[in-house]
Design a protein around this ligand. Structure first.
Ligand code: 4NP
Length: 156
């Protein structure tokens, strides 16, 4: 059975689409793509239907990663269907958990940086209002966090 993982941020145009693309890159490199289903969504539907933010795409391309994406809103159905819901920050965590009061569903929700040895348990900063260095910082955080997440899922 595939392990189903969904990455969640606010707008689903900066952090979570990149997290999904990096996770899929690690899957591909380890030859385990068939064992996983990855997706991403945003707790706000404000950017639904849009492509990823141009600054995210530019930074990813500068790091050798090209991906396509269409933003969508995270729903209760995602929380029910996916095995693991990986949120970028505490605000995303609150918004996701507010969709249900079921503890078993809440237990699927994890902070992305729980897997970041260089800032365990911190929020992935929202790069939206900052400069290009914020997008590079997010890329580095997500690259190492998604890699560590996959290593853990592969030994479960
Ligand atoms: P994301 O970034 O949650 O990483 O996709 C943001 C995108 C849009 C906005 C905020 C953060 N916004 O305010 O529209």
């Amino acid at each position: 059975m595939q392990q189903k993982v969904i990455f969640v941020c606010l707008g689903n145009i900066c952090r979570s689409p990149l997290a999904k693309a990096l996770f899929e890159k690690h899957l591909h490199e380890k030859g385990v793509s068939a064992e996983f289903l990855a997706d991403s969504a945003g707790t706000s539907g404000n950017h639904a239907g849009e492509k990823a933010d141009s600054r995210t795409l530019l930074n990813a391309r500068q790091n050798g990663l090209i991906f396509s994406h269409t933003a969508k809103k995270f729903t209760l159905e995602h929380l029910q269907t996916y095995d693991m819901v990986v949120v970028m920050d505490r605000s995303n965590e609150r918004n996701v958990k507010s969709l249900s009061d079921n503890i078993q569903l809440h237990n699927k929700v994890h902070l992305m940086r729980n897997w970041d040895t260089e800032g365990p348990g911190e929020d992935v900063p929202d790069p939206w209002y900052g400069g290009s260095e914020g997008f590079e910082e997010v890329f580095q955080i997500l690259n190492r966090s998604t890699s560590a997440l996959l290593r853990e899922l592969l030994i479960r």
